[in-house]
Design a protein. Sequence first.
Length: 453
Amino acid sequence: MSRSLYWKFVFTFITGVIGSLLASYLITALFFQDEYIYQQEMEQTSDYIAELLTLVDTQDLPRLLQLLEDAGVETVILDYTGQPYLPEMNTDFINEEMIDQVKSIDDSEITTFIPDRRQMKRFIGTTIHYQDQPYLLFVNVDFTDDMAGSRRRTLHALLLVLLIGSSFIIWVSRYFVASIRSVTTAAEQLATGDFTVRLSTERQDEVGRLMRSFNDLAQALANMDEVRETFVSNVSHEIQSPLTSIKGYTRALQDGLIDQENQTEYLRIIYQEADRLSRLSDNLLRMASLDSEKHPYQPERYRLAEQIRRVVLSTELLWQEKNITIHLDLMDHDVMADQDLMEQVWLNLLVNAIKYNHQGGDIHISNYLEEHNHVIRVNDTGVGIPEDSLPYLFDRFYKVDQARSNNSSGNGLGLSIVKKIILLHGGSIDVVSEIGVGTTFFIRLPSELKNSR
């Protein structure tokens, strides 16, 4: 319980309230209102009693005593021998010094005794005559009990505030902590791998934003998990296909089922499938490196046209084999980019343009400036891409024909790598295509480097 946020919150608040109430009570009692107010009231009452004694005829003693009783003060009348006029009168507060002082003053004069300025007490004394007999009149103006009662009422009020405040904070704490507990429970459920958990809330405060952020996190994890499962399935399939071919042909050779004339063809197929695995491995490593944002990234200024020409020359055997004509219309512009990464882009695009082109087809590569971008256009006269496949063309492992046969040499990662590299440079890539006419890629690179990292 001591580790619960709910009880920590409640305990902290109540402790703070108690401390504040005690401090307020002590400060009020020591420095403010009570003593000052009662001191003023006591002085006003003393002045009222003194004025009353001068105005009321002392011969009408019963009426005088009634007026003093209505004023809320204690009255004592003594004869000159010190005996009380009425037996029930309390003479405890009267001493010999007070009696002697009152006897020493003239008739109708009034004297005031202040026993202690820290106490809420005043004693008023005078001489009166009743039925031709002299008497000593003492009035006790005492506000000690009144002030103590006021402090008790103040303390009771503070305790009531504490009770109401504590009840309120317990209720409010339960309201806030309940939401946090629901987030905790959902997080524990999320940690077990259940990415379908969601929190419902209409709150617009920080807790509400936390719960909505949790839902976004759960959705992102669910998407990542789906991507992971798809990725594992695709990789497993891409690996399994060439492995199956390699195992089958190797076993046939090992068992002596293949005659001497066909062994060379079988070895060629085995090499082709092993090469396919090698390229898949290279692409997976490159994609993982780019995803981790730890791939070497060294942008520099260089001539774009020269780089594209080098890539075209490096693929000469491929496009000459299909009798494809390469048309270059390149302006001599400098770009700021990572040469190694961009070379991979042009190589992937050119190889695809050759692979899916017709025998004797054409490939056009050109570049131009468009506002603040360098635009590179790669066009082929190949088989084209269906319109419904264009939105998924850059997805990992996506193949236009969706086939996973042993005859498929691609693994669906080339264009994903191309897009990742272009985005890394702050650029974009678009594609337009028509079946039987050809495909055109537009690559836009910013004139000023905008590294997305």
